[in-house]
Design a protein around this ligand. Sequence first.
Ligand code: KG4
Ligand code: ZN
Length: 347
Amino acid sequence: MTGKFTAPLSEKEIILGYKSPKDTIILATETSCDETACAVVKNGREVLANVVATQIKTHRQFGGVVPEVAAREHLDAINLVIDEALNQSGLSFSQIDAIAATQGPGLVGALLVGFNAAKALSLAYDKPFLAVNHLKGHVCANYIDTDLKPPFVALLVSGGHTQIIKVESYENQEIVGETIDDAVGEAYDKVARLMGLEYPGGPNLDKLAQKGDKYRFKFTEAKVGEFDFSFSGLKTAVLRLIQSLEKEGELPKEDIAASFQEAVTKVLLKKTLAVAQKYSIKTVVLAGGVAANSEIRRKFFELKEQGYEVYAPQMRFCTDNASMIASAAYFLSDVSSDIDSEVFSRK
Ligand code: KG4
Ligand code: ZN
């Protein structure tokens, strides 16, 4: 958000964002999936409060997120989480300049809770309301506590999306490549489930892989567009491998996890690097829940030896949180400030 915004009741015009000479403090909510989150962030980079109430324990018994259950838990938690964030920040609503919320993509019932809570605060305190794209939020998590500036190439790897994005300026982002089927996080979760690991599968598979031999099983790379990905064939290949090994005796779970992880991280690195080379960009950035993965971080940080600057969010800002939404609200110019805007599930 950069430019003039209007307070919803008084219709007073306020200049906010990174082009404003004054500090901008944004309170944001994020409820797109199974975390109820609220944060207060100053000038897009300084986190004054970051509160996340996770629903992992609830959804574990179902082996995945149940949308209706998620929405109900958000309803129970949202007011407490907002109060706690404001308390942590040491500020009052009069010191907050704008209220932001995740607009989508995500689970509609879940999104509605945080989105409408933020709208209510915007109206009650007469502060501009800002609707933020969740995926852009993940990328902006890299601005927190850093001096990162565009241009850079971002690899966004989350539970629902896998994209390579060319970020030319704070305002201009272009998707250069993406998955044609499963997202990386989804592939991790599905493979983890095949191996009988608990939800959320991604972090559990990551832990298991650290004990395995990553060269034991070879998986072929999917043939797709130059900068695109496909992970559904890999998932099926792991399933077939498990089925054939099961007949032979005990499953070498660690080696399967490590070999799967090697196949995924290798192709992510190769294609991100190819985009960086094509556009002569020397800064590479990781984003999304899977950016917490130990092997992806290790492989990408090795790029420093080739002269690249490499960024990845701190672990607590990789998975869903509201600080990244407040940061995106500060830096992006295409956030909607329409109090009548609606949530969306895909994009
Ligand atoms: O970004 P995120 O919190 O939610 C979405 O926007 O989708 O990402 C969640 C995804 C899940 O699929 C989860 O299994 C995966 O990120 N994930 C990981 C790790 N930590 C979280 N995948 C692999 N290794 C990890 N360490
Ligand atoms: Zn996310």
